[in-house]
Write a protein that binds this ligand. Structure first.
Ligand code: ADP
Ligand code: MG
Length: 733
């Protein structure tokens, strides 16, 4: 099938070249035919052929001409620049030198078997080493010939050496003339062993670019944007990233292509967001009524922070427009999201709608239920708790109440959106402590009401702005970056394991004052057996410092059945136990205001965001709280940096920003699957300004031309639909 299609395309392409000048009608056909050259299978490229094509497919996933075009170089070598061997020192990383081959031999056995060669220039000798592809490399080496080598230098036995260098015969004549930046592409050892090294890939790419004309790479950014931002055209940029004519050309090419990546992603997100806004219907909360006002005036236990007021206003505006609200609320731990949820629920009630509040665990659901019940004591609204463990009779009562609208608020776990639960008039769903309330789950809500309810997702995992923009750009989002007044900041310190006895002594003092303490161990799932043993050992150790009956200890971990976990947790929540020994399962949301100390064991094994989440379990009461990070002496440089940041700041957004910088977006929880972050060149950490620009431009364009129907946006629209086609195809194959 493939071959057939492409033979046809290939033919059209040839034909179009032959035709040359022709009438306008024809040109349209030709353009669409010419474009397909990029879809040609890689084996059709001159010099590739079926065998090498197989290798390229297997090793680098290069299937088509277009894939090759988008296989960007990792660096460029200025071939006019040849260094002296004596220039190499301990600081040298990549370097290019030239020299005469003195000798080579294969030495060592089995895994230590290697090919060692020496080259000499006027200033010194450099050793070259290969562990793989030995036979192939050997065949291309001739003692007495001159070679140009490029690679990373390391020191071995006090002498510089280069392992797996790029090597080719040195022809000085080639070096003359203008500066020539030669691209080097990522390759694999296997490919290199077959002669498909980075430089060979450069030759293929060069051949391909010579076949292409600007028509083959039609513009996908509207011309006005290109002009305003002084960006290179698409063809010039693609040519420039592979074979730049100058450093500036390369820089401009990079800028253009990074912008394009951000821009296309942002256009997609803005289209989803705005088209949904236009098409989707939402229930209208048109008024603020007596529920909201009475509560606000008489029962609100504190004055709202500025951030809380702002978010409530945003929600009020969202829900009054007749469009479905899809809002993500990020608020650091303790910023007071619960009250925002409650006020929104009261707003819904004022307009005759029911609300549901979902929490990730039973304990959190119970805590919310208890908290809200006491806040709503004097209010004429009915609230119920529905979880997996709700008894049958009670469950029946609640289901009936929800169906008849005699229950207005329901708090629970995901059990609330099970099929059996039917609402008379569901208008608002709030999802707490979870920033990934997926599309599938949201879709389920559509079955709960004729018009889909508004959705507010609340998370205490701060997400840096750039990440939120790319990963959740289709949602509206609010940030609560202000804590209620009068909080006593948590003091965080770092202690070595050796100081354990004094740490235990400190915890003892706190418990003597009537407080409670957490001891946290690394997650069991990670390397299951090991950390389970760690936890048990830790438990015994804590027990030996805090013997019964004076001290009572709860233990919670992922291997316990849910009800045991809940029961152990509950004992700590109620104050029956003073110490909680746990893995990270207590990470989210639990509120025990009397707990004032947290000791995190092997703190070097935790990520930044996780440490911050954990720490948020203390500092919730009126007492001064402490977080003690215990580490062994072998913590890595990154681990030390994480610990330093934790000791330096309590600001979740600063920590999230740092986390993103250190780990990159791919690893940040919940964003991996989103696919919105698959940028080849652009980085949301290093190219923030470009991302902001791309978002601004994309939003403008989509706002003015929601279906991209204008002539100005025709190329962009074409590009987007061609990409969809491509994705469709790749799914089939
Ligand atoms: P989170 O955002 O972590 O869910 P909560 O809603 O649990 O935070 O609030 C944490 C604590 O702060 C609660 O005890 C709550 O009553 C209190 N609180 C919330 N808002 C305010 C405020 N504006 N002024 C004073 N205390 C507040
Ligand atoms: Mg909360």
């Amino acid at each position: 099938m493939w071959a057939k299609i492409n033979i046809v395309f290939g033919f059209l392409w040839l034909a179009s070249k032959e035709i040359g000048n022709c009438s306008r009608n024809h040109i349209i056909i030709i353009i669409s035919a010419v474009n397909t050259i990029l879809a040609s299978p890689i084996e059709y490229l001159k010099g590739v052929g079926p065998l090498r094509a197989d290798m390229l497919k297997k090793e680098l996933e290069l299937f088509t001409f277009n894939d090759l075009l988008q296989h960007y170089p990792i660096r460029h070598i200025d071939k006019t620049k040849v260094n002296k061997i004596s220039d190499i020192n301990f600081q040298t990383e990549y370097i290019q030198v030239a020299g005469r081959l003195l000798q080579f031999e294969v030495i060592g056995e089995k895994r230590a078997r290697r090919l060692v060669a020496q080259i000499r220039d006027a200033t010194g000798i450099l050793e070259l080493t290969w562990f793989q592809g030995i036979n192939w490399v050997q065949k291309s080496l001739y003692i007495g010939s001159d070679y140009l080598v490029f690679g990373k230098t390391t020191y071995f036995n006090g002498k510089p050496q280069m392992v797996h260098p790029e090597i080719e015969v040195f022809i000085p004549a080639k070096m003359g003339g203008a500066a020539f930046l030669e691209p080097v592409y990522p390759s694999t050892e296997k490919l290199k062993a077959r002669g498909l090294n980075g430089r060979q890939l450069a030759k293929f790419t060069y051949t391909l670019l010579q076949q292409l004309t600007p028509n083959d790479l039609p513009e996908n950014i509207p011309l006005s944007v290109l002009k305003e931002l002084k960006l290179l055209g698409r063809y010039e940029a693609i040519a420039g990233i592979h074979f730049p004519t100058s450093d500036l050309h390369f820089k401009k090419a990079m800028e253009r292509l990074k912008f394009e990546e951000f821009f296309i992603a942002q256009i997609r997100l803005q289209l989803v967001r705005l088209q949904r806004n236009t098409i989707s219907k939402g229930v209208v909360f048109e008024k603020v009524g007596s529920n909201f006002n009475d509560f606000y005036q008489h029962y609100l236990p504190f004055a709202l922070t500025g951030a809380q007021k702002r978010v409530i206003k945003e929600i009020r505006q969202d829900t009054a427009r007749g469009k479905q609200m899809n809002r993500l609320l990020q608020g650091d731990v303790g910023s007071g999201k619960t009250i925002v949820a409650l006020l929104s629920m009261l707003l819904a009630a004022d307009n005759g709608y029911q609300s549901a509040l979902m929490a990730p665990t039973e304990i959190l659901a119970q805590q919310h239920y208890q908290g809200l019940t006491s806040l709503l004591k004097e209010m004429p609204v009915e609230i119920a708790l529905l979880t997996g463990s709700t008894k049958t009779a009670e469950r029946r009562r609640i289901l009936k109440g929800l169906q008849e609208d005699t229950i207005h608020f329901v708090v629970g776990t995901h059990a609330i959106i099970e099929d059996k639960v039917q609402f008379k008039n569901l208008g608002l769903v709030i999802v707490d402590e979870q920033h990934r309330f997926g599309v599938a789950q949201r879709a389920r809500l559509w079955t709960k009401a004729v018009i889909p309810p508004h959705v507010l997702v609340m998370t205490a995992t701060p997400i840096p702005r750039t990440l939120a923009m790319t990963a959740y750009g289709d949602l509206e989002y609010s940030v609560m970056d202000e804590l209620p007044p009068g909080r006593i900041p948590i003091t965080t310190v770092h202690r070595n394991e050796m100081a354990r006895a004094s740490v235990m002594g400190f915890v003892k003092e706190e418990i003597a004052k009537g407080r409670q303490a957490y001891f946290i161990y690394p997650l069991i799932e990670e390397s299951e057996k090991l950390s389970y043993e760690d936890l048990m050992q830790g438990y015994e150790q804590v027990k030996s410092f805090f013997p019964e009956p004076n001290y009572r200890i709860s233990m919670v971990h992922g291997r316990q059945p849910t009800d045991l976990k809940e029961a152990n947790m509950q004992r700590f929540v109620k104050g029956d136990t003073q110490i909680m020994v746990s893995t990270t399962v207590i990470e989210v949301g639990v509120n025990v205001p009397n707990a004032s100390v947290m000791v995190i064991e092997s703190a070097e094994k935790f990520g930044l965001s996780q440490l911050h989440q954990l720490r948020g379990r203390v500092g919730r009461g009126s007492e001064k709280s402490f977080c003690i990070l215990l580490t062994g002496s072998k913590a890595s440089k990154e681990a030390k940096e994480r610990i330093n940041i934790m000791c330096a700041t309590n600001d979740g957004f600063k920590i999230a920003e740092k986390d993103l910088e250190m780990r990159g977006p791919g690893d940040i929880e919940g964003t991996r699957q989103s696919g919105a972050l698959n940028f080849k060149l652009a980085s949301i950490v290093n190219d923030k300004a470009l991302l902001e620009k791309a978002k601004e431009k994309a939003a403008q364009i989509v706002e003015q031309d929601l279906y991209l129907d204008s002539t100005e946006n025709a190329m962009l629209k074409n590009y987007l639909s061609s990409q969809q086609l491509k994705h469709g195809w790749s799914k089939i194959s």
